[in-house]
Design a protein around this ligand. Structure first.
Ligand code: SF4
Length: 448
């Protein structure tokens, strides 16, 4: 790390970027109102600004501080305590997907033999690592990789490939898969042991002692941001919903990439206040809300806009998603009296690291709490861990609480496997069935 790089970083952070972002924000034209949707969220301008700042600052972090590339489910609080700048390849891949660059960038990885069946987040990221292609200018090369396999095993092989490509160390946190009915304490004790060993490795890598006071501050900030994010999602329980899950997919970025930092807390305080105000004034994200839906799995990033329009045309509002809840569901575990145990439970116990029975119960709870009329299950072609078992879940939703659902075949970032016409036909038939159910409901019992 050099003193010059640190000075440059501070100058960019404190002087150059605020001026550049203010100038850019001032020039952005607001969109004309769209009768299909309620007024746009004001917080979106703040979101753009803080994410642009995050990626712009990342370019100047190299040399000023250690840079780590991290998986979305990794206990980033440990790294923040050591002053790492963190970059999330999954978030960057989602961004590439939203800009419809997924196939183009992942082709760079496919040309080196990576199969098109491999997770498209991984392919886009590896494609970027091999070619440097990105819509955000550039990403700083990592000094360290930090990976947790609580979301899937793919991340392990993906991060091993990055480790080889960059010739840098990889710290892995192994989180045993949790099967219902078994004592979870040994699994969490195993994760906690690894967290403590990771501290020793990080001390050696960063050449500084672990600052426990700083760690607790970061943990507290992370806990608060997760709770605020949970509060944001809870506003969608209200009718009409003040935003949709399509909006939430976008506003999720700070909790993934910036949790543990004050900017993340401040952002969600503002968003929550705005949504509470909309609830009080009865402002609907989709005027004429008729059908409330649950969304399962990651967003279809390249089709968010067209899907939002199609849903809104039918008064269908996705109000809850398993994916967005992943960063709120374990916030209550963050016990500052037992920080390492808390991290082990928080990151080891997420729903993707649990069996199908747990997932079914989680879906049913969300469906009940958000009073949904139906569910859309996104079967993501290249995310097998999330998509496996969805036809069983579809059946369970129908059998138990009587919630109809539709499976949408797509992918997170790879639009080569997507047919908009086919999805439209399938969704329109589903919305028609929901409409029939609504009419029957209003004239007598349906599920009798
Ligand atoms: S396979 Fe699925 S869970 Fe794993 S990294 Fe890819 S998108 Fe995430």
């Amino acid at each position: 790390m050099s003193a010059f790089a640190r000075l440059r970083y501070r100058f960019v952070r404190d002087a150059l970027l605020p001026a550049a972002l203010a100038f850019k924000g001032g020039r952005r034209k607001s969109r004309p109102p769209d009768p299909l949707f309620g007024p746009p969220l004001k917080s979106t301008a703040d979101l753009r600004r803080i994410m642009a700042r995050h990626y712009a600052l990342a370019r100047h972090a190299k040399g000023a501080m250690p840079v780590a590339w991290v998986t979305s489910g990794a206990p980033v609080e440990l790294l923040r305590a050591f002053g790492f700048y963190t970059v999330y390849p999954e978030n960057h891949s989602a961004l590439c997907g939203a800009r419809k660059l997924g196939p183009e960038i992942s082709a760079e990885a496919e040309a080196r033999g990576y199969s098109q069946d491999l997770c498209s987040y991984a392919r886009v990221d590896l494609g970027h690592a091999f070619s440097g292609r990105t819509p955000v200018g550039s990403l700083p090369a990592p000094d360290l990789l930090f990976c947790t396999n609580n979301i899937c095993q793919t991340v392990l092989y993906w991060f091993k490939a990055l480790s080889r490509e960059h010739g840098i160390p990889l710290i892995l946190l192994d989180t045993p898969y949790l099967h219902g009915g078994r004592d979870e304490a040994p699994a969490f004790a195993y994760v906690e042991g690894q967290l403590r060993r990771a501290v020793t490795e990080l001390e050696r890598f960063a050449r500084k002692d672990f600052d426990e006071k700083r760690f607790l501050q970061v943990l507290e900030s992370s806990r608060r941001a997760s709770q605020l994010w949970g509060g944001v999602l809870e506003t969608l329980r209200r009718r009409p919903a003040p935003m949709t899950i399509f909006d939430a997919f976008v506003h999720l970025m700070p909790i993934v990439s910036l949790r543990g930092l004050p900017v993340c807390e401040r952002y969600y305080e503002g968003l929550l206040a705005e949504l509470q105000d909309r609830v009080e004034r009865g402002v609907a994200a989709v005027p004429g809300e008729r059908h409330r839906l649950l969304w399962d799995n990651i967003a279809i990033w390249f089709a968010l806009g067209p899907l939002a329009r199609l849903f809104a045309e039918h008064g269908a509002v996705p109000v809850v998603a398993t994916y967005t809840h992943a960063w709120a569901e374990t916030a209550h575990q963050m016990d500052l009296q037992d920080p390492f145990g808390a991290l082990a439970r928080t990151y080891g116990g997420i729903f993707l690291n649990r069996d199908l029975a747990h997932r079914r119960a989680f879906l049913e709870t969300l469906a009940r709490e958000y009073t949904v009329d139906g569910a859309v299950l996104h079967s993501a072609r290249s995310c097998k861990p999330y998509s496996i078992g969805q036809y069983d879940l579809k059946q369970s939703l129908m059998d138990i609480p009587g919630i109809p659902s539709v499976v949408l075949e797509a992918d997170m970032t790879d639009h080569r496997v997507w047919s908009e016409a086919q999805a439209r036909t399938r969704l329109e038939a589903f919305f028609e069935a929901l409409e029939g159910q609504t009419i029957r409901n209003s004239s007598g019992p349906v599920n009798a």
